[in-house]
Ligand binder design. Structure first.
Ligand code: GLN
Length: 484
């Protein structure tokens, strides 16, 4: 059952080849067997999952089932799930049971999906390797000595290891695309405002966006269909109709204009990763696409700009974790100051503390103009680069990550080296554009991700472009040893 994609599972469920309860049990058994080593799940919700599967079976019997009815998925532990621990990978929220569902969670539940549990992640989504999680690192299913990427590393590893049919992730600077690339799965970060952020614990509010992580573009299309759409509870949600993503998957690519930013193929890109990306681009040429070089001149500034803007926003968002209203509280505080200080010092890990300090500094009266305001101006120039590029091309392609998965521990003590993992993904978040990662030819048995960037609200085109390649090639079908 776990070999099947979502469409095939939905067919089997409708034909009663097995029930959703049987399918859910099968996945729970896989999780029980493989997760103790992989550490992809923080919380497994066996009983609620089986209850939801029972309801899905009733809907299937009543003939009211949709494409996701009875399909077992997992949520990144950044999404509030009513009655279920929502830790955000942090000791701060280790004891937090969310009193409500995030909009994305609510919509997938309304579509009939079954939630197997909550996946591991970097603490408050800050990281590129899943090593900042309070719950310990996740192992990459392709090589257990390596990282799965981050911050949605638990979701990526769970999908790659076939511990769920698909999962949700969030992407502030690359956290869907980079782990999707490192684990050999398909992930899409939609346009900012496409999926509601309500109930998604905020890291950097002007950059955060939810999206699906799946085995194929066709599966991702089914999830995004349920997740996307206007939500009056999120003031940045955009009220524009959601197209039928599945209906557009097969469109012909003849004449598609692909732009390759020269800044994405320079120094710092591993040569064999580059060769694998080239191979995929040649496939697109065979499918009728026309390739040209473009330039995104300000993109080298995206990492420094991001590491001003994201910490600034996180220092403000994380101020609410004060030991009073949510989460961890220190023992026997002597006064209010002591309560705040020790609760936050104990609840937050080193990377989160580092970002809060940077953010507080760049927002302080004396440095606001020099750092924060300047970063916002360059952010605008980065968005302008893309605007210009999209007058010349339909989609932009390049690598999702400069290298394949690195060994656990390799960059743990070097934050700047870690920050550079997102060199190709961050600019799209700063511009608010949609971006996707799909698996292409592996290097030494490790997955490589091709990144596809589109214009605002062109998720349908990205899914179409990804799907056409997945019909012609089998890179997305590979399964890690021991997970088949
Ligand atoms: N790796 C980046 C960071 O640490 C991006 C994380 C994300 O997209 N959530 O901030």
């Amino acid at each position: 059952m776990h070999e099947q994609n979502i469409l095939a599972l939905a067919d089997d469920l409708r034909a009663r080849r097995y029930s959703s309860v049987e399918l859910t049990r099968h996945y729970l058994e896989r999780i029980a067997r493989l997760n103790p080593d992989l550490n992809a799940f923080i919380t497994v919700a066996a009983e609620p999952a089986l209850a939801a599967a029972g309801r899905a079976d009733a809907a299937l019997a009543a003939g009211t089932a949709g494409p996701l009815t009875g399909i077992p998925i997992a949520h990144k532990d950044i999404f509030c799930t009513q009655g279920l621990r929502t830790s955000c990978g942090s000791r701060m929220l280790d004891n937090f049971i969310a009193p409500y569902d995030a909009t994305v969670v609510e919509r997938l539940a309304a579509a009939g999906a079954v939630v197997l549990g909550k996946t591991n992640m970097d603490e408050f989504a800050m990281g590129s390797s899943n090593e900042t999680s309070w719950y310990g690192p996740v192992k990459n299913p392709w090589d257990h000595t390596r990282v799965p990427g981050g911050s949605s590393g638990g979701s990526a590893a769970a999908v790659a290891a076939r511990l769920c049919a698909a999962a949700t992730g969030t992407d502030t600077g690359g956290s869907i695309r980079q782990p999707a690339a490192l684990c050999g799965i398909t992930g899409i970060k939609p346009t900012y405002g496409r999926c509601s952020r309500w109930g998604m614990i905020a890291f950097a509010s002007s950059l955060d966006q939810a999206g699906p992580m799946a085995r194929s573009a066709a599966d991702a299309a089914l999830l995004l269909q349920a997740m996307a759409g206007f939500d009056p509870r999120d003031s940045t949600s955009i009220d524009t109709p959601v197209p039928d993503y599945t209906a557009g998957l097969d469109q012909d690519l003849a004449g598609l204009r692909i732009g390759l930013p020269k800044e994405y193929f320079g120094d710092g890109l591993d040569a064999r990763t580059a060769a694998s990306i080239d191979g995929a681009i040649r496939e697109y040429e065979r499918l009728g696409a026309r390739v040209s070089e473009i330039s995104l001149p300000n993109s080298p500034l995206s990492v420094p700009v991001y590491y001003v803007v994201a910490p600034a926003e996180c220092s403000s968002n994380l101020a609410r974790f004060d030991g009073v209203r949510y989460g961890h509280r220190c023992q026997a505080p002597t006064d209010l100051e002591d309560l705040y200080q020790r609760s936050r010092a104990e609840g937050f890990g080193p990377e989160v503390q580092r970002r809060i300090m940077i953010g507080t500094y760049v927002l302080s009266a004396g440095y606001y103009d020099a750092y924060y305001l300047k970063a916002q101006k360059i952010r605008h120039l980065i968005a302008e680069d893309f605007k210009r590029a999209f007058t010349q091309v339909d989609v932009i392609m390049g690598p999702s990550s400069p290298t394949t998965a690195f060994p656990i521990g390799a960059k743990r003590d070097d934050p700047v080296a870690m920050y550079l993992s997102d060199i190709y993904t961050i600019a799209t978040n700063l511009a608010g554009l949609p971006g996707m990662s799909i698996p292409v030819a592996p290097v030494d048995g490790l997955p490589v991700g091709l990144q596809i960037i589109g214009n605002y609200f062109e998720e349908g085109r990205l899914l179409n472009v990804a799907h056409r390649l997945q019909q012609e090639t089998h890179w997305h079908c590979a399964v890690p040893t021991g997970c088949a």
